[in-house]
Each structure stands twice: as structure tokens, then as C-alpha cells.
Design a protein around this ligand. Structure first.
Ligand code: NAD
Length: 478
């Protein structure tokens, strides 16, 4: 039992409620953990149906939170969850099956298998930028793996948090899946509990706080973090195609995407053509005045607006040139799609994750300089390469490190549920999606079953010369 006091943590919850739900789930974890493939599929179906039922409410809430266009909600919030559910449902029987594995000759007479057992009671802490996607996709993996789940959504997008809570309350008993709303206070209180796993999506700085709290209980973690994802456009690339795809992935969701191309290196010989093409696509996607375009959302709140405004001002004060954009409106948390060149590398724009609609573009002559630049920074969550040369592409991939990425596209690797998704070190620990998500929420329990006499029994004490000879032979040959 836990030792939290009954004190209000936020206007929505108190520590007794958190305590009660946690203890209920602890008591119910074997029940949930022993659920069959059919039962888990039925839970995923309920989630699927509820998301479709509340699809319009989700769209309205996300519009109210940061003017997200309904079609973008379908593409980036609804579809990733429904496809994750479909993928989990069709593969669940295979994932849950005990996996028979090889037994070495020295263990003759035995067989071995891996049982993917649920971790138990797990915590999911999610961010605001894709609240539905980044709350429900990990939930799908946690349910598929047979866990009880407590979810803490972001406090920054309150409208969608209310809809998600309604969905969770409607389709799950709280002894199985519960959502607890609140901010840092609630998160901090939850992190004191001895969860069996924590799946956190958010900033690297907060990831460190989560991991430190988890260490107190030796709780395992999956950390889906952020960082600066570089994009390289080499001299062989199709410039128009690169500009179109980079412009789309940079300014979708107002640049508030963990895997958005953070900044771009373009071969000097193509830089002007690239900038011209980017301006053309900004105009095509959002016209000359994006304030009037419903396809262009807003910065989530004034704190983030002020942060980004400061990034632009700092870069300009250090000599950066605004190629296009730069218009701001504090009353609307609006920043026009902005492209900057001549950005000094010491600008905050280049030392922090941008997470907004500002795109620094740099020219380069030698790819080795770009590689050196990238490797001097933290490992990115994604690295993108636009090139027609597989030699160049392989050279870049082999000489850099990143959580994932794309060749000739940006961000769409997220959509492939067969690919592991996540970072490396500062950009994340562990992977999400598909089988990788299922494994994050499972313990791979290795079990050896002794069927016949074990050859090792010949080597039990007391030792003698004959036994030593057998040991020598085993070391030499098996
Ligand atoms: P955040 O880290 O500020 O917040 C994420 C969650 O953590 C929220 O629920 C918040 O309430 C909680 N939290 C915040 N501070 C906390 C603290 N001190 N102690 C305990 N809990 C705390 O992140 P955000 O602003 O919501 O999202 C933006 C960040 O998330 C960016 O860095 C972005 O790159 C990253 N991100 C990563 C992924 C991914 O899949 N790797 C996806 C989306 C966003």
C-alpha cells in the first residue's frame, strides 16, 4: 500500500484518488494479464469504436485547443491510432504466443521458450502536440500486452483531455484503464508510485526527471523524447520534391512535431533553387497570408509563442536573414511560416529544439562538414536525407546516429507500424509501435523446461579429473 496523504493536487484530482486507482489496478493485474487474445482484441475494438464515435468531438476539441484543421486531425491523430489498433489486432495472436527458441547441445534434454508476460500496472504520460495519437497509440500497445494502465495526459490541451477522459471512462473500468488529468503536480505524485513500467513522451529535460523518479522504484522506462532532427538535401536530390515534402512536414501542426525537420542543410549549388521552391510551396499550402488559412494551426499557448518569438529575435540580432515569413500576432499565438538563412550556430534557434514554424536553412560544400556538425550535437530523433545517390545516402547513414528517419521524405516513417519508432539516448530510450510497443510493455520471461536427464548433472560436485575433462570438452566444443 502507498503512503500518499489525502491532499488536493489539482482542481481535478487528489492523492487519495490516485492511490485508490493504483491499488485497484494492482489487485486486478493478474486478471487483466491472463486475458485471452479474443478478450484483448475486444478491448481494442471498444477503443476503435469509441474513437470513431467521438471523432467529431475530437476534431472540435483540437480546434479549440490550437486551431488544428479537422483533416489534419484525421491524418495525424485518428488514423495513426486506428491503424495501430488494426495492426495490433491482426498480430496479437502471434505476439502473445510463447516463442519457442533454440536450445544449445550442452543443455540436451531440455527445451526453452520466451513468454511475453505483461509488466503489470503501467503509467503513460503524454504530451500536447498530438494528444490523441500519443496517448492512445501507447495505450494500444499496453492493452495488447495485457497491462493495467493509468494515463496522465497533458494539461496544455484541456479540451482534448476532457474528450479522451470521456472515452476512457466510457469503455474501461478504472481497475483496468484510468485517466487522471492534471499538470506537473499530478505527474510528480504519480511518479512516486512503484509502477511496473513508465511510458513517457515529452521533452528530454522532463525525461530525465521521469527516469530519476523511476530509478527509485527500479521501474523500467520507455522515453519518447525530442531534439533537433537535421535534414540534408544533397547535390543529386530532386529539389522541387524535397522542398515540397520538407515544407509540408515542417509547417504541419505549426511545426510542433517531435520529428519535424528542425533545420536543413542544402548543397550550396542548389540552395537558391531550394529556397525558391520552399517559398512556392508555402504559398501553395497556406497562401500569402496564413492567418486566413484554416489549414494552418496556431502555437499551443502564449508561453510557447513567446519562446519562439524570442528565438527569431535572437537569431536576427545575430545576423540571420528572414527569407520569408516572420509575421507574428501575440493575440492569436500566430507565427507565419518562417524560413531563415545566415543563422548563427550559437543562436537559441540552433541550440534548442525549435518545435515551431521556423526553418533555418544552411548551405554546404562538403558533406563531411555536415556530418561533423550533426555528430557534435545530441543524437537526433530523426535524420532525413534527400538524395538520388545511394552512395551518399549510405555514407551519411553509416557515419551518423539517429533514432530513425527517412530517405527522400520526412516524418512519414512514423506511419509504418512495422518500424520501431523512438530515439536514441537524448532523443529517447526504447521503442514504440507494433511489436516493439508490445515488447516495451512486456517482460520477455525466458523459461527452460527440463524434459530428460540433463548432461550438466554429470558435472555435479564432487569434482574430479574425469569431470574436469568433460568440462574441458564442453568449453572446447559446445
Ligand atoms: P513536456 O515534457 O513538457 O510534457 C509532457 C508531459 O510531461 C505532460 O503530460 C506534462 O504534464 C508532464 N510534465 C511536464 N513537466 C513535468 C515535470 N517536471 N515532472 C513531471 N511531469 C512533467 O513536453 P510537451 O511540451 O508536452 O511536448 C513537447 C516535447 O515532447 C518536445 O520536446 C517534443 O520533441 C517531445 N515529443 C516527443 C515525441 C516522441 O514521440 N518522441 C512526440 C511528441 C513530442
Amino acid at each position: 500500500m502507498t503512503s500518499l496523504q489525502d491532499k488536493p493536487i489539482s482542481d481535478k484530482t487528489d492523492s487519495l484518488t490516485i492511490n485508490k486507482i493504483f491499488d485497484l489496478q494492482k489487485g486486478n493485474q493478474y486478471n487483466v494479464g491472463n486475458s485471452t487474445v479474443k478478450e484483448r482484441r475486444a478491448k481494442l475494438d471498444r477503443l476503435h469504436q469509441a474513437i470513431l464515435k467521438y471523432r467529431n468531438d475530437i476534431k472540435k476539441a483540437l480546434y479549440d485547443d490550437f486551431k488544428k484543421h479537422p483533416s489534419e486531425v484525421d491524418m495525424t491523430e485518428i488514423y495513426p491510432v486506428t491503424s495501430e489498433i488494426k495492426h495490433a489486432k491482426s498480430n496479437l495472436a502471434l505476439w502473445m504466443r510463447d516463442q519457442s527458441i533454440h536450445t544449445p547441445l550442452a543443455l540436451l534434454g531440455s527445451s526453452s521458450y520466451i513468454k511475453y508476460e505483461p509488466k503489470g500496472v503501467v503509467l503513460i504520460i503524454s504530451p500536447w502536440n498530438f494528444p490523441v495519437n500519443l496517448t492512445f497509440c501507447p495505450l494500444v500497445s499496453a492493452i495488447a500486452a495485457g497491462n493495467c494502465v493509468i494515463i496522465k495526459p497533458s494539461e496544455m490541451t484541456p479540451h482534448i483531455a476532457t474528450v479522451m477522459k470521456k472515452i476512457v471512462d466510457e469503455i474501461f473500468d478504472e481497475n483496468e484503464v484510468a485517466m487522471i488529468e492534471g499538470g506537473i503536480d499530478v505527474s510528480t505524485e504519480l511518479l512516486k508510485l512503484p509502477f511496473n513500467h513508465i511510458f513517457f513522451t515529452g521533452a528530454p529535460s522532463v525525461g530525465k526527471i521521469v527516469m530519476a523518479a523511476a530509478a527509485k522504484n527500479l521501474t523500467s522506462v520507455t522515453l519518447e523524447l525530442g531534439g533537433k532532427s537535421p535534414t540534408i538535401v544533397d547535390e543529386t536530390a530532386d529539389i522541387d520534391m524535397a522542398a515540397r515534402r520538407i515544407t509540408w512536414s515542417k509547417f504541419a501542426n505549426n511545426g510542433q512535431i517531435c520529428i519535424a525537420p528542425d533545420y536543413v542543410y542544402v548543397h550550396e549549388s542548389k540552395k537558391e533553387a531550394f529556397l525558391t521552391a520552399v517559398k512556392k510551396y508555402i504559398h501553395q499550402f497556406y497562401s500569402d497570408d496564413a492567418t486566413k488559412e484554416s489549414s494552418y494551426n496556431r502555437i499551443v499557448n502564449s508561453r510557447h509563442f513567446d519562446r519562439l518569438k524570442g528565438y527569431i529575435e535572437d537569431a536576427v540580432s545575430k545576423g540571420a536573414k528572414i527569407e520569408t515569413g516572420g509575421q507574428l500576432s501575440g493575440t492569436e499565438n500566430y507565427i507565419a511560416p518562417t524560413v531563415m538563412t545566415r543563422v548563427d550556430k550559437s543562436s537559441i534557434l540552433m541550440t534548442n529544439e525549435i518545435f515551431g514554424p521556423i526553418m533555418p536553412v544552411f548551405g554546404f560544400q562538403r558533406i563531411e562538414d555536415v556530418i561533423q556538425d550533426i555528430n557534435a550535437q545530441e543524437k537526433p530523433l530523426a535524420l532525413y536525407i534527400f538524395s538520388k545517390s545511394s552512395k551518399n545516402t549510405n555514407h551519411i547513414i553509416n557515419n551518423t546516429r539517429a533514432g530513425g528517419g527517412c530517405i527522400n521524405h520526412c516524418a512519414v516513417h512514423y506511419y509504418n507500424t512495422h518500424l520501431p519508432f523512438g530515439g536514441s539516448n537524448n532523443s529517447g530510450i526504447g521503442k514504440a509501435h507494433g511489436i516493439e510497443g508490445f515488447k516495451s510493455f512486456s517482460n520477455s520471461r525466458g523459461i527452460l523446461k527440463q524434459n530428460f536427464t540433463n548432461a550438466l548433472e554429470l558435472l555435479l560436485p564432487p569434482f574430479n579429473n574425469f569431470k574436469q575433462k568433460l568440462i574441458d570438452l564442453t568449453i572446447k566444443y559446445f
